[in-house]
Design a protein around this ligand. Structure first.
Ligand code: ADP
Length: 631
């Protein structure tokens, strides 16, 4: 499939849609990360907060637990200061004043008791906080993954076709994990750092304003430095995430196309391609690491300045009698407390930036909107009359591919669409399945516009056999019963018989219980197609839509497929796109499509009896000169 370039007039649209869907002619919803409106917060975390109300209580609880733990965490330093105070000042100490105990030994016993309580509380809250954050992280990861997957399932086929599977996989998997990692420990750490500054700041402020100012002097340096690093890190992590999805995209494409790679002995070349994208990833990461690693030394310098100031000035003040010895020791310990944890700011910011890059990608994906939305009508019964009225269609903003097609398939008839490659046959099938909507005109089922039907009302009435019949991981029976998991074994067997699949299934080692693997690799193309046919007819659909496999099958298989088609299309509206004219000879009507227009229509006999494109095609495929009327 080709990608049609976006005309400059629509260049404000993001790239995501350009190879995308058949459009209705109306302006589709813009895709990609939308420009935040006045009511939409632009920060990813704010968006998450607005979006996921159900987690708010737990997030707040986690913050409360973290806060209590942090307060307990700062206490030992205060207790050390109090102990020194007891030793130095005796009955004038802070503890004596607070508890009314004058004996130093008793005061120390009290301090030991308080200390023990603090430690128990700290451990308890440490446990509770970790438990809450980590469970929250797991829950968010689980819910978000399901939400993203459900959302992706709801997007248009055109959207899926325009993106490498691996790219979407990277968002559903890696990006969601990245957020989990941040929630697991990152938020907690970030909060602890902020609290540290506040708590230690309060102790300092209560002791000496001069010292507070001096000890806190490095903090603006650290904050400005952090912001500078953040700005530099952000685009790098965005690049890292893009590189991840490119690797993922390439890997999944290559693993899926292994047969082609091997048959062309392109292993070396593919390895090179993987090496190139993996190298991009390494380089992108290396740059991010270089920026984030430079962060810690910067913070250390700032810490040194703050620590030296407190040590020296505080010491002088104590010698001058302007500061208590106990308080002096508290402040020296506190500077350590205050500043050292800031060295981990780099690490936490790292986690934070990676997570935000991921959240942006997740939100951008969740903002993608399908263009084809279901209607609300669900008819009780459907006879299967299909009609196209003046239908034009095309891809994205590209030129029309189908031009004013009108076609009537009365209920129960078998119609075929034939024509050269690129005529628009697959595009037509996409309209019938409503993988996309026409730009002009209408497609109707029993007179109802497809756009008015619910998905069940439309697709529930259709049986679709794709050209490349996809078999799911599981047994033959599972695959046949895919559309009706409650079907009995008898029904499965009957469907397989109708599709002429029963015979080869019986020859398989475990019959209907044979495992057919992720892509049914153990089956031939013709066998896969007959299983897909059995799957379609088990649903007993009113309309059967068949995209005939282009791959050459042997005569015997072709005859089997032919027989099965005759059997299953009896009394059922059937539209088939055929590449081999021999399969459509018995159709009630054959539509000849050429460059997006119907150029002829009729039965096989009528069409071969008169000169025209069908007769020419027939002549090419059978070797019988055209115009002879031989059928
Ligand atoms: P057929 O099935 O008869 O071989 P198609 O319906 O696949 O033909 O293609 C009809 C035309 O639409 C071709 O010109 C093709 O290039 C174009 N086309 C098909 N798929 C896409 C797509 N995803 N984006 C843009 N153009 C497309």
């Amino acid at each position: 499939m080709t990608t049609t370039p976006t005309p400059p007039t629509r260049s404000t649209r993001t790239r995501t849609t350009t190879s995308g869907p058949l459009t209705t002619g109306t302006e589709p919803t813009p895709r990609g990360a939308p420009a935040p409106g006045p009511t939409t917060p632009s920060h990813p975390l704010a968006q998450l907060w607005v979006r996921y109300r159900e987690y708010r209580t737990r997030v707040l609880l986690a913050f409360v637990l973290s806060t209590v733990r942090k307060v307990m965490d700062v206490m030992p330093e205060l207790l050390i200061g109090a102990a020194i105070d007891v030793v130095v000042r005796g009955s004038d100490s802070f503890v004596a004043g607070l508890l009314g105990v004058s004996d130093r030994r008793d005061q120390l016993v009290w301090l030991a008791v308080i200390n023990a309580v603090v430690w128990v509380l700290e451990s308890t809250f440490d446990y509770l906080a970790a438990l809450t954050w980590r469970n929250l992280a797991q829950q968010v990861e689980h819910d978000l993954r399901l939400e993203v997957y459900a959302h992706v399932q709801g997007l248009d086929m055109a959207w899926h076709e325009s993106r490498a599977t691996g790219t979407t996989l990277a968002v559903v998997n890696d990006d969601v994990n990245q957020l989990e990692r941040f929630l697991d420990t990152g938020v907690d750490k970030l909060w602890a750092l902020a609290l540290n500054i506040v708590l230690v700041g309060a102790v300092f402020a209560a002791s000496s304003w001069t010292l507070t100012l001096l000890a806190f002097l490095p903090i603006p340096v650290i904050v400005v430095g952090s912001m500078w690093f953040q700005r530099r890190l952000q685009p790098r992590y965005a690049l890292v995430r893009t590189a991840v999805s490119r690797i993922s995209g390439l890997l999944s494409a290559n693993l899926g196309g292994m047969a082609t790679i091997k048959s062309f002995t392109a292993e070396g070349r593919e390895l090179e391609r993987v090496r190139a994208v993996s190298e991009d990833y390494r380089v992108a990461n290396a740059e991010a690491i270089r920026a984030s690693a430079a962060f810690v030394p910067l913070i250390r310098m700032a810490i040194l300045a703050g620590f030296t100031t407190t040590l020296l000035l505080g010491g002088w003040m104590t010698l001058d009698g302007r500061l208590e010895v106990g308080l002096y020791s508290v402040l020296v310990f506190m500077t350590q407390r205050l500043l050292w944890p800031l060295t981990s700011v780099g690490e936490v910011l790292d986690l934070y930036q990676r997570a935000m890059a991921s959240v942006r990608r997740i939100l951008a994906l969740l903002d993608e909107r399908p263009l084809t939305l279901p209607g609300s009508h669900e008819p009780a019964a459907v006879s299967g009359r299909l009609e196209l009225r003046g239908v034009s269609a095309g891809y994205a903003e590209g030129p029309a591919v189908l031009h004013e097609l009108s076609m009537l398939v009365p209920a129960g008839e078998v119609h075929a669409v034939v024509g050269p490659t690129g005529a628009g046959k697959s595009t037509l099938l996409r309209l019938l399945l409503r993988f996309a909507d026409p730009r002009e005109g209408q497609v109707t089922l029993d007179g109802t516009d497809l756009r008015d039907l619910t998905w069940e009302g439309l697709r529930g009435r259709l049986g679709y056999v794709a050209q490349d019949a996809f078999l799911f991981e599981g047994s033959v029976a599972d695959n046949v019963a895919y559309g009706r998991p409650d079907a009995s074994r008898e029904e499965v067997v009957r469907a397989a018989e109708q599709a002429q699949a029963a015979e080869f299934v019986d020859r398989m080692p475990d019959g209907y219980d044979t495992h057919v693997g992720e892509r049914g690799v153990t089956l031939s193309g013709g066998q896969r197609q007959r299983l897909a046919l059995a799957r379609a007819i088990l649903r007993d659909p009113a309309v059967l839509i068949l995209d005939e496999a282009t791959s050459a099958v042997d005569n015997e298989t072709e005859a089997a497929i032919q027989r099965s088609l005759e059997e299953v299309s009896r009394g059922r509206t059937t539209v088939m796109v055929a590449h081999r004219l021999s399969t459509v000879r018995h159709a009630d009507r054959i539509w000849v499509l050429d460059r997006g227009r119907f150029v002829d229509a009729g039965t096989h006999d009528e069409l071969t009896a008169r000169p025209g494109p069908y007769a020419d095609l027939w002549a090419v495929q059978t070797g019988v000169p055209s115009g002879t009327g031989v059928a």
